[in-house]
Write a protein that binds this ligand. Structure first.
Ligand SMILES: [Zn+2]
Ligand SMILES: [Zn+2]
Ligand SMILES: [Zn+2]
Length: 150
C-alpha cells in the first residue's frame, strides 16, 4: 500500500499536450484535463473522471468522457483496467510497465503492484495450445485492513 500512496503523492506532471500530439491526437483542453485528473487519481471510472473534471470544464458530458478515455486507451496513453470487483472499467496513466493490481473484494479498493518478475507474460501456462503467449492478466484479490476490521 505504501508504494501506491507514494505514486499518488508524486504524479508525473507530464506534458500531456506534447504526449497527445506525439500520439497523433489533438491536444484538446478536455483530453488534457482528463489526463491530469487520471494522473492524480489512478483507477478512476468514467463517472468519477466526469465529477473530477467538471470543476474546470463545466460543459463536459459523460459521453465526452467515454469518448476521450476510449481514444486515449487506443493511443496507449491511458490503460483500461477491468477488475472483477469493480462495477465499471477504470483508467490510469501508468501504462506499458506490466504492473498488476490488488483489489479488496469488500470495498473494491484498487492499488498498483509491481510485477514480481518484471516482464510479461509473468507465468508459463502448462499448455499454450500452440499460442505465443504475450501477457498474463493477473489480479490479486484480498481484504484491505479497514474491511478486515469489520
Ligand atoms: Zn476494503
Ligand atoms: Zn494500476
Ligand atoms: Zn507479472
Amino acid at each position: 500500500m505504501q508504494l501506491a500512496e507514494s505514486i499518488v503523492a508524486h504524479p508525473r506532471n507530464a506534458d500531456w499536450a506534447a504526449e497527445l500530439r506525439a500520439a497523433g491526437l489533438r491536444a484538446t483542453s478536455q483530453r488534457v484535463a482528463v489526463l491530469t485528473y487520471l494522473d492524480h487519481n489512478p483507477h478512476s471510472d468514467a463517472e468519477t473522471i466526469l465529477r473530477g473534471v467538471l470543476e474546470t470544464l463545466p460543459t463536459v458530458s459523460i459521453q465526452a468522457v467515454h469518448g476521450i478515455v476510449n481514444d486515449l486507451t487506443a493511443a496507449q496513453i491511458v490503460r483500461r483496467v477491468d477488475l472483477a470487483d469493480s462495477h465499471s472499467a477504470q483508467y490510469e496513466t501508468r501504462t506499458k510497465d506490466n504492473h498488476h493490481h490488488v483489489q479488496c473484494i469488500e470495498c473494491g479498493r484498487v492499488e498498483d503492484v509491481d510485477c514480481a518478475v518484471g516482464h510479461a507474460p509473468c507465468l508459463t501456462p502448462s499448455d499454450t495450445h500452440g499460442m505465443r503467449i504475450i501477457e498474463t492478466d493477473l489480479t490479486f484479490r484480498g481484504l484491505c485492513t479497514s474491511c478486515e476490521r469489520k
